[in-house]
Design a protein around this ligand. Structure first.
Ligand code: SAM
Length: 309
């Protein structure tokens, strides 16, 4: 099956492209790693994003994930999804905080979006405000329910687990997910460039191993997602929990099939590094040929190496 994919120098197929379409956000999560972010406002146009996805499609990428910042902050978000959707990918998904999703879910679905991951670390209003600095819990929940209603499927809830903040809320969040036919995705906290790393880690990092052991004990079935960083899925009582552990995890890296694009148009070969980015957008703006753009993409792929070996 993997033979149809382009592979990096470590024989890892490149299946998905995650594009950060803006670095603007309407919340300010205390842990946010600002994935591939730059400090000043940086955005690519809908046409530029289309060109990037067209080249990605040509080299065999099957899936696109649209992320941010907050992607729904862009007024042209439906147009962006429509343009990318016209290229015929197997799967187009979005990661959002959900606060504008009630307004956009139907339009996005109609434009070709297949599914969403919504970040929601807690169902408790005070904890939500502590994490995001905003009072948007109810809007996020309304957005999530709207996404389910319009048939974006599956809706996954991204819950970053933090020590002494929400580690005891997994059961409640799983109940909320099960009741609404959603998947719960537990994410291990990654050190953030925003914070004093040592202190940040000591304060909030919580290893997911203990939670996973408990899940393994009670699961009806466990499944390992080969091309999605070896993540495990636990099927429990008719519900589903997926666990994402990027920290010090060689299995995560060995099974990583994802390339990224930063909001200022650079190829980012690895989630956990910012020192091997490859400039892309200036070449598109200079009108380089598709052939040349493809070569630049291949440079990005050649820069990939497992962060944890
Ligand atoms: N604004 C959108 C959202 O809230 O989903 C998309 C951007 S956000 C950076 C994408 C995902 O990265 C979210 O699910 C968030 O929880 C996760 N994330 C951000 N910082 C993280 C960190 N330090 N450790 C683990 N996950 C993190």
């Amino acid at each position: 099956m993997t033979d149809e994919f382009i592979k990096d120098n470590y024989q890892r197929p490149i299946i998905s492209l995650r594009i950060t379409i803006t670095n603007r956000c309407n919340v300010n999560c205390l842990y946010c790693h600002h994935d591939g972010m730059v400090s000043s406002k940086q955005e690519m146009t809908a046409d530029e994003l289309y060109t990037i996805c067209k080249i990605a499609k040509n080299i065999g990428v099957k899936k696109i994930r649209i992320s941010g910042g907050e992607p729904l902050i862009r007024k042209d978000i439906v147009e962006i999804v429509e343009k990318i959707g016209s290229l015929g990918f197997k799967d187009i998904s979005m990661t959002t905080n959900g606060t504008y999703l009630e307004k956009y879910a139907q339009g996005l679905k109609d434009a070709g979006l297949d599914r969403v991951n919504v970040s929601l670390d807690t169902l408790n209003r005070e904890t939500y405000e502590f994490i995001t600095k905003k009072d948007y819990l109810e809007s996020a929940k309304a957005g999530i329910l709207k996404a389910v209603e319009v048939g974006l499927y599956p809706v996954k809830i991204n819950m970053v687990i933090m020590k002494d903040i929400n580690q005891n809320e997994v059961k409640d969040m799983f109940k909320f997910c099960k009741e609404n036919n959603m998947v719960l995705q537990l994410i291990e906290l990654i050190e953030s460039e925003n914070c004093d790393d040592d202190k940040f880690s000591a304060d909030y990092h919580y290893k997911l191993d203990m939670i996973e052991e408990r899940l393994a004990d009670i699961a009806d079935e466990v499944y390992e997602r080969k091309f999605m960083q070896g993540r495990k899925k636990y099927y429990i009582d008719g519900g589903e929990i997926e666990v994402v552990k990027p920290v010090d995890n060689s299995t995560f890296c060995a099974n990583c099939s994802r390339l990224r694009i930063t909001p200022d148009g650079k190829i980012k070969p690895c989630l956990l590094r910012n020192d091997n980015l490859v400039e892309l957008i200036s070449h598109i703006r200079n009108g380089e040929s598709d052939e040349r753009l493809k070569e630049i993409f291949l440079d990005g792929i050649n820069n990939r190496e497992p962060f944890n070996k």
